[in-house]
Design a protein around this ligand. Structure first.
Ligand code: ADP
Ligand code: 5GP
Length: 184
């Protein structure tokens, strides 16, 4: 695979602040592009198809898996999520920096499918703080929060697999640390 640009993977448990960090990175650095994932999850209020995600049926998602159109994919809290391969490859080849914001199982697949990628794990300052953030965000019902917290324990357990680990305690500090890694 020709990889002249950079593939940066931001991963970590749900609620840790990945989306918030990525939003700041994109605002500060218009030369960075984020990959739009496919998912079978229903859109949340305000989410737009083709902007936040490609919202697909399970059947369509399965078809993409079978056709080899995903760079990685995972089932997460009862839904499928995956990175469409083509836009990433077409962006990387002319030298763009492409960012993936994905959960940990997908980030592990990237290590196999795209070994030159830089994989950054975002960690919470504590498990209690992660729960506070997840509840404070107000996106998920109790059942989804319990699933996400159980998943978070597994995700934090494999932290040593990643190239970099950043604790998102102070947001600006975490953003600065990610920028330093991307531009180093
Ligand atoms: P993720 O994308 O990892 O699921 P989000 O970016 O949606 O997480 O963040 C979850 C919640 O935590 C949001 O309400 C966000 O405003 C808040 N948050 C993010 N970073 C911090 C931080 N450093 N300190 C306190 N709250 C934070
Ligand atoms: P949410 O439902 O909160 O939007 O996302 C749930 C989890 O799925 C988050 O941890 C998010 O980073 C992850 N995710 C989003 N897109 C992808 C993707 O393309 N692949 C994988 N593996 N995970 C993703």
């Amino acid at each position: 695979m020709n990889d002249q640009g950079k593939l940066i993977v931001i991963t970590g448990p749900s609620g840790v602040g990945k989306g918030t960090i990525v939003k700041f990175l994109l605002t500060n650095n218009p030369q960075i592009f984020v990959s739009i994932s496919a998912t079978t999850r229903s859109p949340r209020h305000g989410e737009v198809d083709g902007v936040n995600y490609y919202f697909l049926s399970r059947q369509k998602f399965q078809q993409m898996i079978e056709d080899g159109e995903l760079l990685e994919w995972a089932e997460y809290a009862g839904n499928y999520y995956g990175t469409p391969k083509k836009p990433v490859i077409e962006g990387i080849q002319p030298g763009k920096t492409i960012l993936l914001e994905i959960e940990v199982l997908g980030a592990r697949q990237i290590q196999k499918n795209f070994p030159s990628a830089t994989r950054i794990l975002i960690l919470p300052p504590s498990f209690d703080e992660l729960e506070t953030r997840l509840r404070g965000r107000g996106n998920d019902n109790q059942e989804a929060i319990v699933k996400r917290l159980a998943k978070a324990k597994e995700e934090i357990d494999v932290k040593d697999e990643f190239d970099y680990q950043i604790v998102n305690d102070h947001l600006q500090k975490a953003v600065n640390q990610v920028e330093t890694i991307i531009f180093s």
